[in-house]
Write a protein of this length. Structure first.
Lengths: 404, 404
């Protein structure tokens, strides 16, 4: 054996503590972090269920599958989760991207197309690639609004039909994108896709768990989401909710059989590889769920904060919010030409903004960026929102940028 | 919104606390749980890194990938992990079964065969099925030893060649199986497979992290293991370690490209869907790693405990250890015809054994079983081992079974 056996300090030093990020004085406005902060209930549950596959001690031997565990109430949670999202069946998987992969793999055949919006997250493309699917992108309107036009889904479906003689295996809608925080007209897109009998997957990574999302009302077949992004849960947790028809195809039982032993595993769901999140992160998701189910009702106030921040930051000369207006989501992308001008002469170059924000206990905007940057105000108190705005105003004034 | 929004107690009541299982007076001898108990360092790290994708705050923007994060030292950990397992590259994925799926998917083509031993875990079959592979099973000798004969891998490879005109895409070796805790002669099997140029995957879910496993010495191409089973980490964590050649094929970069945006993601590893365990469970694995690297050196003492338990339990009339003798692993499968006889007349039927053990603070043997059952003594102190043995002797005597 080697150095790792003795160099215990190397790991412990770095791993614990998480420096400024865990310090409650800091606001972390990283777009991916605002919806994933654990509740106190989740933290308590985490320590209780941290060991290995803790929940598997309670797996029923006759129906051995994660979703059949009654105590802790995983089985009931899955039913609640499906109902909460307006769908018929739900499973917790290891990541939203895995939920997409599972859906693509089970609803598509190698070589099929998936039509997706051009603001889709990279993991949507990788999920398609790993499933052997090809992609057709629905364009967006580009700078400064980046709008996805629902009717363009029809054009891309037609393009697939022209090329292959049949509609795409499915369509993916990014409910709110990672770049501009634009919300698309999901139900309109779903209606268009369904006219071609194309099943629709809603990527609700940035919406479900923070805002009300009802798959039935939006008329989609599958809703996927991210527990660590938007459900106050630990990574890695993904949510896969389906209507009955999609569930029948996605949760297909295993059909493989051993040639010698004749063993088969018909009770196991093949695309889930049997079981998925067998411990702590699932329990964190469950423990936070009552809180999450409540917080989505306060979404309009969150949007109000986002609009307030945009209005106040656009008072700074050279600032302009990119993406659709008015904001319908708390992820904000800001163009900031004036800060870029400062950075060109500053000895810390673009890092000056990071330094200035950090000295005001604000972190999570990508270090080095000034020309444009994104952040998320979800879950900030009004006091914190005002501190954020005041900080930007102070920084602007410090560098001689006008605040109107 | 519905009842879940208000019924907070329903979840909290069941989730916290974990009843007897978290009570330190209880010994949990469930075969899958002994190697997954967290260290104190891992628990501390868990709370520090519990929020959402906590480690992603430290992702380098120019090389955005989990394995490139330097602080916390994920990058260095992956190198240490590879070296610890005698391999060239390592990744942490969400489960051992996902590591198998990734390997099968990237080393095989749909319709190819994988040759595996007939004691392989069900998830090995599902990983093959999801990858579109077929299986050929290497038989075992059956009751009472269930021995897998290394030479039989050659017979199955020949069978595949005869059927398809080419060797299987790969061979899987279950290093120690979940049922009898038999250890196979991995290096001998690998040598046979390599004579046919078949790449070899070692499923070390029950060995790596508790005992010394060196993929290079065993001459295998890929080692997969389970963090929550054997590395003192939270679920879901899987380990995927590869030699250079296998890594080149398994960690293939994404090649998909958007037809409109021309976006591509060449820096992302497609079969990993980019990133995998982006938070708490990974950090728990890292925090426990120095301890794990040390504990594998004490493996011979763990085996000694297993042999002692077998010797002492076989003093009970009707008890017989199944699987290979002498024990080379701490997972023990015991036949116990005499307890079964008791159960036939007991008003609690097979559950009497569970009740008797629980009253002695021993849990983890499947409730209801008496004819034969399995358990794991890994990591028990000698005092605990003796308590386990004494408990069985007491139970036997209480029901009039002779203890020689």
């Amino acid at each position: 054996m080697r150095c790792v056996t003795t160099n215990r300090d190397k790991y412990v030093k770095y791993i614990n503590p998480r420096r400024g990020y865990a310090d409650p004085r800091y606001l972390n406005v990283n777009p991916i972090q605002r919806g994933g902060i654990l509740t106190e209930e989740a933290k308590a549950a985490l320590l209780e269920w941290c060991d290995g596959y803790s929940v598997c001690d309670f797996c029923p031997p006759q129906t051995p599958r994660l979703d059949k565990i009654a105590n802790p109430p995983i089985s009931e949670f899955y039913r609640d989760l499906a109902e909460f999202l307006g769908m018929d069946e739900a499973r917790v998987v290891t990541r939203c991207r895995e939920a997409k992969f599972i859906t693509f793999k089970m609803l598509g055949k190698a070589g099929d197309y998936v039509v997706l919006d051009s603001l889709a997250h990279y993991s949507s493309y990788l999920a398609a690639e790993l499933s052997g699917l090809r992609v057709k992108e629905v364009p967006n309107s580009g700078y400064p609004y980046y709008k996805v036009n629902p009717e363009d889904y029809a054009l891309k479906i037609e393009e697939v039909i022209k090329e292959t003689g049949k509609p795409p295996a499915l369509a993916l809608i990014t409910h709110v994108d990672y770049l501009y925080g634009n919300m698309v007209e999901a139900s309109k897109i779903a209606e268009i896709c369904h006219q071609y009998e194309v099943p629709v997957v809603l990527n609700a990574a940035y919406t479900a768990g923070v805002s009300p999302v009802n798959g039935k009302e939006l008329n989609v077949d599958v809703v996927v989401s991210s527990g660590h992004k938007s459900w106050a849960a630990c990574a890695p947790t993904g949510i896969l909710a389906m209507n009955e028809e999609a569930a029948g195809r996605i949760l297909k039982p295993s059909a493989i059989e051993g040639d010698v032993t004749r063993r088969s595993f018909k009770f196991k769901e093949v695309a889930l590889l049997g079981c998925t999140v067998m411990g702590a992160p699932l329990v964190s998701l469950m423990a936070s769920f009552p809180y999450v189910a409540k917080r989505v009702q306060r979404w309009s106030e969150e949007v109000e904060k986002a609009r307030y921040v945009v209005e106040q930051l656009e008072r700074i000369d050279g600032f302009r919010q990119l993406g659709l207006r008015p904001k319908m989501h708390t992820l904000i992308h800001m163009e900031s030409a004036s800060l870029y001008e400062v950075s060109r002469k500053h000895k810390r170059r673009g890092y000056f903004l990071y330094d200035e924000l950090k000295s005001r206990y604000i972190v999570g905007i990508q270090p080095g960026l000034t020309k444009h940057f994104k952040f998320n105000v979800y879950g900030l108190s009004w006091d914190q929102v005002k501190h954020l705005v005041r900080s930007f105003h102070e920084i602007a004034e410090k560098y001689g940028i006008e605040v109107r």
